[in-house]
Design a protein around this ligand. Structure first.
Ligand SMILES: [Zn+2]
Length: 84
């Protein structure tokens, strides 16, 4: 009778260990990774009026002669074409 109790206790311990191993408490629902920026959809592309570089319209700098890739090219374009 003593051994039966011991075996029952061991079985209970192994059962609880098995349950713990089957269900890890951390990271039960991992969050999905955010979509990459390329998956956001096509963007309008513009070309720099000074050097012709193509860049997204959201990054372009508007100027008097059109869209520019940088403030330096906008200044160079406006200096080359003169103030009106
Ligand atoms: Zn440019």
């Amino acid at each position: 009778m003593k051994y039966l109790l011991l075996i029952l206790l061991l079985a209970l311990v192994f059962f609880m260990l098995g349950v713990k191993r089957a269900r890890p408490p951390q990271r039960r629902t991992p969050a999905p990774p955010p979509p990459p920026p390329a998956a956001m959809g096509p963007q309008a592309m513009v070309s720099c009026a000074h050097c012709g570089l193509h860049l997204p319209a959201s990054e372009a700098l508007p100027g008097r002669g059109g869209q520019f890739c940088s403030a330096a090219h906008r200044a160079a374009f406006e200096a080359a074409h003169g103030p009106r």
